[in-house]
Design a protein around this ligand. Structure first.
Ligand code: URA
Length: 261
């Protein structure tokens, strides 16, 4: 019993806060479950280990080197999507339901980057489709942009359990995938939503309240220089609507930049 409690504590510490199955189970009224023998013996045959197990043990550095190598093979977004879906160097992949790759126009002038998929995105496999996504759509419409005109992605393609903040290691391992998306899209401007996205792309530790509203150049590994504009994350705006005026100013700045030739 103590062991079971310890295992449960370990799951909670790891951020596992939901039980997922393909079919809904009514454990309360399920007679079969109630009448099942109390002491079920464990299967005698060894349970097949998921191939992920050894890869999960990969050091962050090895996983990062692997991610970079994979990215150098991707000549198109479609190639990259398949490579990310098959990548096993980030443990988040194994608690997530979907790999949420970028969505939208591959020729977009505006690339929008958030932190990581939430529960809705994880379920539907597309970035920014939950409450934050609806607000983002409204923000874009206010400056005459549509979601499908932009390219929308996240720093991480997998949902951290319980929406916890991604660790530095998770960001480091997944960053090459984001950087390759930037090189392939070559947008006119990158709109960074929230501190995680701004910190990861710009490689600075300043707070989002210091960075928002500022236009800062991002230099890709291939030498391409792209202006970025940081702003507050829509999820933060949903919690703190008093900050909407600042984001409106940022959106107008984005619009002005796009109007420049
Ligand atoms: N928050 C994000 O940062 N990205 C999403 O895709 C959804 C919510």
């Amino acid at each position: 019993m103590e062991d079971a409690q310890q295992i449960l504590n370990w799951y909670i510490l790891a951020g596992v806060d939901e039980f997922c199955a393909d079919v809904t189970q009514d454990y309360v009224h399920n007679k079969a479950a109630k009448t099942a023998p109390k002491t079920e013996s464990l299967p005698a045959a060894p349970v097949a280990m998921r191939p992920a197990t050894s890869l999960l043990a990969q050091s962050t550095e090895a996983a990062y080197v692997n991610a970079r190598k994979i990215c150098s093979q991707a000549q198109t977004l479609d190639d990259l999507k398949v490579l990310v879906e098959n990548f096993e160097g980030c443990a988040l992949k194994f608690s997530a339901n979907s790999t949420v790759f970028g969505y939208g126009n591959s020729q977009a002038e505006v690339m929008i980057i958030g932190e990581a998929p939430g529960a809705d995105e994880d379920r539907l496999g597309e970035p920014f489709v939950g409450r934050s996504g609806h607000l983002l759509d409204k923000m874009l419409t206010a400056i005459n942009l549509q979601r499908q005109d932009c390219y929308i992605t996240n720093v991480l393609p997998w949902r951290p359990p319980g929406n916890r903040t991604p660790t530095d290691g998770e960001v480091a391992v997944c960053l090459p995938f984001l950087q390759r998306q930037i090189e392939l899209i070559k947008p006119k401007i990158i709109f960074l939503l929230g501190g995680s996205a701004a910190g990861a792309v710009l490689n600075i530790s300043s707070s989002i309240s210091q960075l928002r509203g500022r236009m800062i150049d991002y230099t890709a590994e291939n030498g391409l220089v792209i202006p970025t504009l940081s702003s507050y994350h829509p999820a933060y705006l949903l919690r703190t609507p008093t900050q909407k005026a600042k984001v409106w100013a940022d959106l107008l700045r984005l619009q002005r930049k796009l109007a420049e030739t």
